[in-house]
Design a protein around this ligand. Structure first.
Ligand code: ZN
Length: 523
């Protein structure tokens, strides 16, 4: 890793999934962090992509009369890349596990582990859920109901599991339990938040089994390099995307400059990322990730978002009405990152109206309108500052520092709450200073100029601070303020240092009034 490198990843999308707000939530969080670091002078790199191998994808492709690659191509273009546009993700790379750069270098990794004696041949018999693409312990199974009464079903998918008996290749993961526990002890930040760390530690303390890493009953996957009758287990394959996208096996210089990464994952796949993945890397002699951060569930009506529970909401259902900025702001502000959080249309509408439209948007419109009206659009020079003006300037610095500290610990919600103190203080400042009253009296001209000067500067600081979260609205505001240079090039960690333009220009409403909100029906 080079100095200032910030390599952040999302889980790769399982192509057969239907995009829902849970996927978009993870993407937005990673994107906000990447944008923040990019605007802090770091060499930030955001990776996302798709997971395209495995038995379930093969079966679905056959059922649709196409090859699995054609099936994946179709879903990547019609579902997943459009999702990134819907919520305005500025990813630097998009990897597909069917990319040659991935397949070839995943094989190199596997061959290396084999050569080093970390892989052996064994027999495996166990229950397998095709929905999860995972062998299940009996504790993961429940009694089926309805059509599946009398059978054992996957607790997640409520569908019967298959009893498989295969000759497999195994990764000697059990050999890494002690090193993993030492990693969690010595580097408490490796798995966060704390509840996730505790869960992972107690899981590993109960003892690790070796991991079956190949399948031979179907062939849609990466071939095991020394035995082409086997394909690599999809999770083992998928996890490797984080290094194959960063140059592993093909560009040592690039790999050295990016790796290790910060992985943002849902807590349901924490064990894959915080146990299996670092064990794989340890076996290969590669540095473990910088951090694995498990975010919580999105709950809708008290139930976890999931396609199989039919509570999925397409992100476009929200963005079509509220826009991508509101989507990004809402999920980053309303939910403590790392905790479970509830989504409701009522809460989204209320926050849109009170925080974005009335709080921030209205502040921006009013200040710019007053500069246009009272100063012909020229940003006035300030006279002597009073304690009230200096307090605003102090808040600009204070919230910039606070937000920067919160982002360093991935507390995006706290960073936004800090920035919003400036929104609230500026609104209070305008109310108290009453520039419209100052404008009526020629004797208070200098005071009017100072107030508007102070308010314009505060607004520009807000545009910079909020640009990683609401890039569309802040881009419009930045243009209206005549800010110097591109907004994306402004240092967010020194947001208050921005220099304003000489003139402002008219600003359309940043968050237009939404007359009626029709809650889309579930079905
Ligand atoms: Zn399952």
């Amino acid at each position: 890793m080079s100095a200032g490198s910030f390599y952040i990843t999302t889980p790769i999308f399982y192509v057969n999934d239907v995009p829902h707000i849970g996927h978009a939530y993870t993407e937005v969080a990673a994107d906000v962090l990447a944008r923040w670091h990019r605007q802090s002078g770091d060499d930030a790199w955001l990776l996302t992509g798709t997971d395209e191998h495995g038995q379930k994808i093969l079966r679905t492709a056959i059922a649709n009369g196409v090859t699995p690659k054609e099936w994946a191509d179709r879903l990547v273009e019609t579902a997943w890349k459009p999702l990134l546009q819907t919520v305005n993700i500025a990813n630097d790379d998009f990897i597909r596990t069917t990319d040659e750069r991935h397949e070839v270098n995943a094989q190199k990794f596997l061959q290396h582990l084999h050569d080093e004696g970390h892989i052996y041949t064994g027999e495996y018999e166990g229950y397998y859920c095709v929905g999860c693409e995972e062998y299940k312990q009996t504790g993961d199974l429940v009694d089926g109901t309805g059509d599946y009464a009398g059978q054992l079903v996957c607790a997640i998918h409520s569908k019967p599991v298959e009893l498989l008996h295969e000759k497999n290749y195994f990764f000697k993961m059990s050999a890494f339990a002690d090193r993993l526990l030492a990693l969690y002890e010595e580097n408490p930040d490796f798995v966060q938040p704390e509840a996730a760390r505790n869960e992972v530690m107690s899981f590993v303390k109960r003892g690790l089994s070796d991991l079956s890493i190949s399948r031979s009953s179907f062939d849609w996957g990466i071939k095991v390099p020394w035995d082409e009758s086997h394909v690599v287990y999809v999770w083992f394959d998928a996890l490797l995307n984080y290094i194959t996208a960063a140059g592993y096996g093909q560009n040592d210089e690039e790999f050295a400059s990016r790796w290790p990464a910060t992985h943002i994952v849902g807590k349901d796949i924490l064990r894959f990322h915080a146990v299996i993945w670092p064990a794989m890397l340890m076996a290969a002699g590669i540095e473990v990730p910088k951090q694995v951060f498990g975010h919580g569930w999105l709950l809708v009506g008290g139930e976890k978002m999931s396609k199989s529970k039919l509570t999925g909401i397409a992100p476009s259902q929200i963005t079509d009405t509220f826009g991508s900025d509101a989507f990004r702001y809402y999920f980053m502000r309303a939910i403590s990152f790392g905790q479970d959080g509830s989504f409701s249309w009522e809460d989204l509408s209320a926050r849109y109206q009170s925080e974005l439209a009335n709080g921030f948007g209205n502040l921006a419109s009013r200040v710019i309108a007053m500069v246009v009206r009272y100063c012909d659009g020229t940003v006035p020079a300030a006279g002597a500052f009073t304690a009230d003006d200096l307090a605003i300037q102090a808040t600009e610095r204070r919230v910039t520092d606070a937000a920067t500290s919160f982002i360093a610990t991935l507390a995006i919600h706290d960073a936004l709450a800090s920035v919003w103190q400036l929104v609230d203080e500026l609104n209070g400042y305008i109310t108290l200073q009453e520039p419209w009253a100052l404008a009526k009296n020629p004797d208070s001209r200098e005071r009017l100029d100072t107030v508007l000067h102070t308010a314009v500067h505060g607004l520009g600081t807000l545009a910079v601070l909020l640009s990683p979260v609401i890039p569309v609205a802040t881009g419009k505001l930045w243009t209206a303020l005549g800010g110097d240079g591109a907004l994306a090039d402004q240092r967010v960690d020194r947001a208050w240092e921005w220099t304003g333009g000489a003139r402002v220009s008219a600003l359309e409403p940043l968050f237009p009034r939404i007359e009626s909100i029709v809650e889309p029906s579930d079905g």
